[in-house]
Design a protein around this ligand. Sequence first.
Ligand code: TYM
Length: 338
Amino acid sequence: MAEASFTPRVFSGIQPSGNLHLGNYLGALRRFVDWQARDVETIFCMVDLHAITVWQEPADLAHSTRELAAGFIASGIDPERSILVNQSRVPEHAQLAWIFNCVARMGWMGRMTQWKDKAGKNAEAASLGLFAYPALMAADILTYHATHVPVGEDQKQHIELTRDIAAKFNHDYGVDFFPLTEPVIEGAATRVMSLRDGTKKMSKSDPSDASRINLTDDADTIAKKIRKAKTDPEPLPEAYEDLTDRPEARNLVNIYAALSDLSVEEVMADMGGAQFGRFKPALADLAVEKLSPITEEMARLMRDPAEIDRVLARGAERARTIAAPILDETYRIVGMVR
Ligand code: TYM
């Protein structure tokens, strides 16, 4: 199919499920800001409908949605240049998701790693929404005909499924209507690992707060978490390749590279041979320098939630001008009488 016929448009989303962390920042938010600086339309979304696939206290969900909006803005997303919106405000997401529920196959959903991880051994007790989650995600992307989706490594499989859904829809209805979206997974920190266990992803839901750096952590907390991060007794090697079997050390080097905008080779040229007694304080200083202004700006924005709500209302209006005609055309293709 001629993908070139679609105007480049960027979409990405983050769940407002609390504990926005360094992995979200380096793997997603920082990349979003890079995209915003290019000559392309950008849409960023707080996916509140996705968040409720697992239980959320209503008051916490509302707070997390506003806090996430503050996190986007404090990280550099300008709601004038980009469209910043919460998912439930644009009903086209859920409407298109229903169509995609009827396109996607049970087998496709059952193979999703995130489903298997989150549902665990007790899949019978998981919500139906958790199972159908990737069809809603495909709708998020395709209701804007987005061509590029910047994400961390863990979302790659979902974007591939989005392509499968688009391809099956186009094939079944004999149209060339939905683009085959590209995942964009870039930078030194596409998979930031837990500070307590270098084989586990840094995650909002890890019960150990010491496993992650939250964007709401103050400078002392950030420095303490890095000082206490799990490592091994060896100094850093000279070459990055020699970190292959040292997941915790490698993770800290990747974080350093991403925060400082250096390549991992440049970090090793500077830090190779260093003991953690030298490397960790340097990393802590760097993290505080880069993250504290964001934390402070988030706190400032959160003092005026009404302003955040106004920004999101405006974002929804703009988003719907793109999404509504695409949903309308989808209904027409499917044969719904309009
Ligand atoms: P979520 O909310 O879990 O994460 C938001 C973004 O942060 C990235 N990320 C990470 N990157 C590096 N290291 C980590 N440890 C780490 N943890 C999270 C994620 O890859 C993601 O880019 N399903 C999505 C939300 C979503 C979405 C979408 C994304 C819904 N609809 C449409 C893109 C397009 C999710 O749960 O992300």
